[in-house]
Design a binder for this molecule. Sequence first.
Ligand SMILES: *[C@@H]1O[C@H](CO)[C@@H](O)[C@H](O)[C@H]1NC(C)=O
Length: 182
Amino acid sequence: MRPSLSCLLSISLFFTFFLLGVKSTNNLVTKTCKQMVQSDPQLHYNFCIAALEGPASKNHVKDLQGLGLVAANLIKANASGTLSHVEKLLKQKGLEPFYKGCLLDCQELYSGAIDKVRNTIDAFKSKDYFSANIQGSAAMDDSITCEDGFKEKKGVVSPLTKMNDDIFQLCAIFLSITNMFH
Ligand SMILES: *[C@@H]1O[C@H](CO)[C@@H](O)[C@H](O)[C@H]1NC(C)=O
């Protein structure tokens, strides 16, 4: 049996709209990342694209509000992942006391950061970009404080540098987005 013309037509229309949807999400991500990197030299363009593109198209994000939520949820997932990693490291036997102290600080910092990110998400959802920005900045500070702890003693190497950097970047992305609403 030959498929009818209208059937073929609706299939091709479906794919056209599907592809247009993906394309416009990717355009939004590219445009926003470009704009953010220009105003914040600490932000890396490639990181921005790599972090946002997948989840943004998965969630059919169409606007900046949607993209901000994607970024905030990435921070939450990242902070939870980092906290679990810290807790795993803390289970090791015979940890050097200074190093263990740093990990304990990071555990506390990230528990707090996760609460702040939850508040950020609530504020952002209710379009209170000012509070979202304040809570997001506080979460960002927690990642910096965690990383800096390890630097206080010579020869100690942070096992969390990559994770802290990722969270720093994600927070910077999120904060940039909240600033675009001002
Ligand atoms: C944090 O986010 C980055 C970018 O999306 C990702 O590459 C990394 O694997 C995440 N880390 C954790 C611990 O979830």
